[in-house]
Design a protein around this ligand. Structure first.
Ligand code: AMP
Length: 174
């Protein structure tokens, strides 16, 4: 299944900038069997992790995060780009190749001691998910049990930025 999953992903060269090999997941999302099997495979992997809530990273993390939360019977929380979430928020900025970006989360996103799983579609350099890890761990008394991805771009070594956080990916791009 995971090998054939590669067939419904496509690489778009030089998008959004020269030099970036963009991993386009649209064909996977368009295919009901592959999309369902992706979620069922993630569900199987995490079914004994006793997850209370899944934190999805904007915006493709929301697609997999909400479907997986439904499958596991848990809740979901949105980690968003600045100025999208109403009310009081915590913010964490992080470095990009050029410049900086930031993520925000609502201050009442979690209950104490909840078991939280982070999710995004692609683990590239790890900068985004590392900012998400920091925003959760520095403001909330929760147990961040891991980060899960559809795709991991191995040469970019993103998981090294996540310290001891367990990282799982369905597909690895060598
Ligand atoms: P990074 O912070 O470098 O790990 O980048 C992760 C975020 O950027 C994720 O939200 C991805 O959706 C997106 N991203 C980074 N690189 C790629 C890529 N080559 N193809 C598709 N999405 C990417």
């Amino acid at each position: 299944m995971m090998n054939s999953l590669k067939k419904v992903l496509r690489t778009i060269p030089d998008f959004p900038k020269p030099g970036i090999q963009f991993q386009d997941i649209s064909p996977l999302l368009q295919d009901p069997i592959y999309f369902k099997n992706t979620i069922l495979t993630l569900q199987k992997h995490h079914q004994n992790d006793a997850i209370d809530i899944i934190a999805g990273i904007e915006s493709r993390g929301f697609i997999f995060g909400s479907a997986l939360a439904y499958a596991l019977g848990c809740g979901t929380v949105l980690i968003r780009k600045p100025n999208k979430l109403p009310g009081t928020v915590y913010q964490q900025s992080y470095d990009l190749e050029y410049g900086t970006d930031a993520l925000e989360i609502q201050t009442d996103a979690f209950q104490p001691h909840q078991r939280v799983l982070l999710i995004d579609d692609v683990l590239a350099t790890g900068g985004t998910v590392s900012a998400a890890q920091q925003i959760i761990q520095s403001h909330f008394d929760v147990q961040l049990i891991g980060a899960t991805f559809l795709l991991e771009i191995i040469p970019l070594e993103g998981r090294r930025r996540l310290n001891d956080l367990p990282v799982h990916s369905l597909i690895q791009i060598p």
